[in-house]
Ligand binder design. Structure first.
Ligand code: NAD
Ligand code: MG
Length: 396
């Protein structure tokens, strides 16, 4: 029986993880579940999965959950605050930690799981983008096992040579082909993108995801973050990673070998596949997925990305090439801009402007410790918020 902790249990990935875990009650038990403030959903999950611990980052939400848990006679212990995320990430009872908090908020808890030598299922790509070198060093030093959950990286991982472990440079690999659905605005003119609303940006044609990653998929920043993520996971430079738009989202990514072989992983677009793969690796378990109907899919199309319409993609690839603090500054500025867009204070096309301008004002510097990473992150957020505020004034 394996113990599983889910950081970000109430989100899209968290819910899919519980769905897979719930199909195998003899093999997995839930040790801890965490959320920021969604009491109702976390309570429902506690009732169903009876974890030993539940964490709510916000104190008031934790108090409310504690009361509800007591009323219902559950044994789950409720902890409060961001520090508690790190505690439950390192519990000896859990073998496996799903890192599915969104954004930089997931960094310290994900690292705590790494430092506790867990099998870490990495959905929270932002933590790797922010601290790649330090993160991968910690994976090696503490003997953690890193399994990529992002569907593309999970696909690449599955196409790697036998016995491959994330972080090593794979033998005989020429390049990685990272597929990209193109997002909800594929083919939209710049004018139309200019007035795009949060609901339009979150209406992804293939994947149902949290709102932040949905906006990232619309700007293609998500793919840019994923190029950075792939560089760290597979120890390859950005020059050896190509982005391929594939609107059907059936081929989840491809690995090209020196002899010309190209291996791909295919499947229905459902995150329960990579989640089940990560949980059970190298075994395979049921994940509740319908068989892939290739006759129904009929066509697999591939096209180059529209870099001109998606400046965020180029900015993120440039940041990967620059290195140092550039990727983490990019990530921080993007989080600020996406938040402003989602609360309808910034227009869609201004997200790239905020990111680009922040990168200019925060030139790349060394980020040799987590404290430095957090310093750069805070500074970039302040700068980005200032730029976003100016852009808002001009547009109002
Ligand atoms: P989501 O918004 O649906 O869920 C986010 C979770 O994080 C929630 O449980 C929320 O309570 C928690 N959270 C939010 N802010 C927090 C904070 N400040 N402190 C602690 N917890 C906080 O997001 P999601 O779509 O599930 O994405 C989660 C992560 O997985 C992201 O990094 C995303 O890029 C990655 N990912 C998601 C998908 C997908 O299909 N949804 C695919 C690939 C990668
Ligand atoms: Mg992805």
């Amino acid at each position: 029986m394996k113990g599983v902790t889910i950081l970000g249990a109430t989100g899209s990935i968290g819910i899919s993880t519980l769905d897979v875990v719930g199909r195998h009650p003899e093999d997995y038990r839930v040790v801890a579940l965490t959320a920021r403030n969604n009491v109702e959903r976390l309570l429902g999950q506690c009732l169903e999965y009876q974890p030993q611990y539940a964490v709510m980052v916000e104190e008031a939400a934790a108090r409310e959950l504690r009361g509800q848990i007591k009323t219902r006679g559950l044994k789950t212990e409720v902890l409060a605050g961001a520090r508690a995320l790190e505690e439950v990430a390192a519990l000896p009872e859990s073998d496996c930690v799903m890192a599915a908090i969104v954004g930089a908020a997931g960094l310290l808890a994900t690292l705590a799981a790494v430092k506790a030598g867990k099998r870490v299922l990495l959905a929270n790509k932002e933590s790797l983008v922010m601290s790649g070198g330090l993160f991968m060093q910690a994976v090696r030093s503490y003997g953690a096992e890193l399994l990529p959950i992002d569907s593309e990286h999970n696909a690449l991982f599955q196409c790697m040579p036998n016995g491959y472990r994330a972080g090593a440079r794979p033998e005989g690999v020429r390049r990685l082909l990272l597929t990209c659905s193109g997002g909800p605005f594929r083919g939209w003119s710049r004018e139309r993108r200019h007035t795009a609303t949060p609901d339009q940006a979150c209406a992804h044609p293939r994947w149902k995801m949290g709102r932040k990653i949905s906006v990232d998929s619309a700007t293609l920043m998500n793919k840019g973050l994923e190029v950075n993520e792939a560089c760290w996971l597979f120890d390859l430079p950005p020059e050896r990673i190509d982005v391929v738009v594939h609107p059907q989202s059936v081929v989840h990514s491809l690995v090209e070998y020196a002899d010309g072989s190209v291996l791909a992983q295919l499947g229905n677009p459902d995150m329960r596949t990579p989640i089940a793969c990560g949980l059970a690796w190298p075994e395979r378990i049921q994940a509740g997925i319908q068989p892939l109907d290739l006759f129904g899919v009929a066509h697999l199309d591939f096209e180059p990305p529209d870099f001109a319409a998606s400046p965020c993609l180029s900015l993120a690839i440039e940041a990967a090439k620059t290195g140092g603090s550039a990727p983490l500054v990019l990530n921080a500025a993007n989080e600020i801009a996406v938040q402003a867009f989602l609360s309808e204070r910034l227009r869609f096309t201004a997200i790239a402007e905020v990111v680009s301008e922040t990168l200019e004002r925060c030139p790349s510097a060394a980020a040799g410790s987590i404290e430095e990473v957090l310093d750069h992150d805070r500074r970039a957020r302040r700068v980005a918020a200032g730029i976003a505020a100016q852009l808002m004034e001009h547009s109002s």
